[in-house]
Design a protein around this ligand. Sequence first.
Ligand code: PMP
Length: 390
Amino acid sequence: NVMSSISVPPPKCLQKPLTVPYRHMFGPGPSNVPSRILEAGANPVIGHMHPEIFEIMNDIKSGIQYMFQTQNKMTLAVSGTGHSAMECAIFNAVEPGESVLVAVNGIWGERAAEMAERIGKAHLAPPGGCFTIEEMEKALSKHRPALLFVAHGESSTGVLHPLDGIGQLCHKYNCLFLVDSVASIGGAPVYMDQQEIDILYTGSQKVLNAPPGTAPISFSERACQKIFSRRTKPVSFYLDLSWLANYWGCDGKPSRVYHHTGPVTAFYSLRESLSVLVEEGLENSWERHLKVAEYFHAGLESMGLKLFVKEKRLRLPTVTTIVAPYGYDWKEITSFIMKTHNLEISGGLGPSVGLVLRVGLMGCNSSRENVDMVLAALKDALKHCHKSKV
Ligand code: PMP
């Protein structure tokens, strides 16, 4: 009997209904997804090559151009998380043997270097708060890289890296300028064209408040010239910009051909999240994130907590790093807050593990009411968690 030939029985767990709790997502991401955006994603699935989807993709493209402040026609969303956009940028822009200069100020620089080393060479600028234009110029003239990577919002250390002047400098040295804005875009000013950024990417799950799984990215004319005159094909087929450009209607060809099955429901949510941003206005969103962050930082300091980033202008308004309170175990604090306040904040990541607590207030989560909620939870944790006497 063919029916009785299976050896793995149906799992009991899948015979129970799915349950997902509601949580305040105030860690470094993902952030809460408002019902308006969740509901957009619940629309019917239609074909990834249907004209209605192409129209939705065109709308997304316009939304990304607005969010990035760019006229680049090579603007699209990668079907994947922030990491996929990172790899899309690096694997398309760099040919085997070329070198990448990475300004490391946290884990995202480390990760970019790890990716770059898989095809070329990575030169690490030593970690620090951020790099001055003079330091950048010294490193560019020494290493002569094909690409410079900077994380605008380093979510592991809470540093907002200034971008002005770096693009112009890169172009003096015939180098492309790549910026990671996963944790910052929409919450802090970025002007892709004016700042001469050649490749800029982000993720859907932070300030945009969409579910994780799509990653907006844009390429300048200069980046496209290099990429489309490569001698070798990019190592990744899935992330090959010539294919993605065609699927997203960015290559001027009259028709689009099948590359991969676009995650259409994720496109609906992404489109809705961009609509929300358009409704509020980019400048209003920047200002709200800044004001709320300043209110939060003042509240933390009045509780006697210390901010990890000393210089105010270098503080990321979306993700705040707090010096891990002395005498406490940070893990006990984060789990206490999760258990008793149903609220996620997190510890450090990569080079900041053990040193900080991280709180992300992004997109719709960036409000004074939420700041008050986090401050109350932190006060409660400091009162109830074990404190060593040393
Ligand atoms: N870059 C930065 C600055 C990030 O904060 C993150 C996510 N924490 C990523 C890249 C990677 O994004 P993802 O987890 O969506 O792959």
